[in-house]
Design a binder for this molecule. Structure first.
Ligand code: PMP
Length: 410
């Protein structure tokens, strides 16, 4: 399918939030890398759950409990299909990517990583894929190694090769950088890590909305994503893990659902995935996540990516004419993110001027401070495009930037 087959106007109609004015101007929402907007089907699924089916899952025998349990488990099946996992039990519901990574660092990490072992992350990571590993290193005395990036914002793979050794026990990298949009060579990273016996986690927070994910063909050991970046609700995400690893890992939190039997002489734990799902989850949000994945599947990830790529190329072309425009991150392989600075204008001021014109962008370090340090900057302005964005919006945005520059130079 090619992008011309996507009817963007009819897609936009499915997103009620887009049809409003902000500061007297039609909203242009370019903060999709922070969180995407939600189609009506997701809002309806959430409302329907609270209108009609609300009950706690798994333990009830009444009708509402059965309905909500069935819908909850259907959502797990939908995630397994979305990721092409081999088994539904390999999908653990979490609050989001951050919790997925923390779960792996705390359980796999605590059990299988010891003093002197090495963990590799990259200089492109979100804090959520740095700090959990730093906490583990503090606790266990293991060592964090970092894949450096070049001036284009691409991983320097020759340096990655040099970091790998029989001491490398874990490699955790993002598929797509939220700060720059770089698409990383994750297949190469997975293959090379496995050659030295290391396990690999893919942070797919930014990839889930833009590329087709297939955990079996990638052969990653873990993969985490967040619902709210892929047109779903906040407060829900999923962690994929290979069965053989999940079974060997200790539980993450103690409480309801993760037990088989509790007694003061000893507690036995539930089977996967429930072993990792202590307490009442975000039931309605998990259920509504299925509607979000249906939305992506209906359009197809390929058609979404193609439309977004067209937007990226169009933006790159127009932005060249903005006085003082300096892109940050010019990787060959990029998702629909433009991170930039404008000579002599503070990113925060630009963000405010754009907001006054109804244009939502993000400014700052994008939770990637080590990357900002690498580029010796404090932050950038980031515009990130989604399937419901249009070339007309990009034109408006570039015009707004040009008038902001004029204002500052006056
Ligand atoms: N990793 C990446 C690459 C991200 O973009 C984000 C969110 N900005 C996260 C991790 C954390 O996701 P969440 O806040 O949904 O847990």
């Amino acid at each position: 399918m090619v992008s011309t087959e996507l009817d963007i106007e009819s897609i936009r109609k499915q997103f009620p939030i887009l049809h409003q004015e902000v500061n007297g101007k039609p909203l242009i929402y370019f903060d999709n890398a922070a969180t995407s907007q939600k189609p009506q089907s997701v809002i309806d699924a959430l409302t329907h759950y609270y209108d009609s089916d609300n009950a706690n899952i798994h333990r009830g025998i009444h009708t509402l409990a059965e309905r909500s349990t069935t819908a909850f488990e259907d959502s797990r099946k939908a995630v397994a299909k979305f990721l092409n996992a081999n088994e539904v039990e390999e999908i653990i519901f979490t609050k989001g990517t951050t919790e997925g990574i923390n779960l792996v660092a705390s359980t796999f990490g605590r059990k299988f990583i010891s003093e002197g072992d090495e963990i590799v992350v990259s200089n492109l990571e979100h804090h959520s894929n740095i700090v959990p590993w730093q906490l583990l290193c503090e606790e266990k005395g293991c060592v964090l190694k970092v894949i450096p990036v070049n001036n284009q914002g691409e991983l320097i793979m020759e340096e990655f090769d040099k970091l790998l050794s029989d001491k490398t026990k874990f490699v955790s990298v993002n598929y797509i950088s939220n700060a720059l949009g770089t698409i990383n060579p994750v297949q190469d990273i997975i293959n090379k890590s496995h050659e030295v016996g290391a396990k690999v986690l893919i942070d797919a927070a930014q990839a889930a909305p833009h590329v087709r994910l297939d955990v079996q063909s990638m052969n990653c050991d873990f993969l985490a994503f967040s619902g709210h970046k892929v047109y779903g609700p906040t407060g829900v995400g999923a962690l994929y893990g290979k069965r053989e690893l999940l079974e060997k890992m200790p539980p993450y939190q103690g409480g309801g659902e993760m037990i088989k039997d509790v007694s003061f002489s000893g507690t036995t734990y539930n089977d996967i995935p429930y072993k990792f799902e202590a307490g009442t989850p975000n039931i309605g949000e998990v259920i509504a996540l299925k509607a979000a994945l249906d939305f992506v599947n209906d359009l197809t990830p390929e058609a979404i990516a193609e439309h977004e790529h067209e937007l990226l190329e169009y933006a790159n072309e127009l932005l060249k004419d903005v006085d003082g425009f300096q892109p940050v991150g010019t990787a060959k392989n990029k998702a629909s993110v433009v991170s930039f600075l404008i000579d002599g204008v503070h990113p925060f001021d630009l963000g405010q001027i754009l907001d006054a014109k109804g244009i939502a962008v993000r400014t700052g370090h994008h939770c990637a401070q080590p990357l900002m340090e690498r580029f010796e900057i404090e932050g950038t302005v980031r515009a990130s495009f989604s399937v419901y964005n249009t070339k007309e919006e990009i034109k408006e945005f570039v015009e707004a930037l040009k008038s902001a520059v004029k204002m500052f130079k006056a």
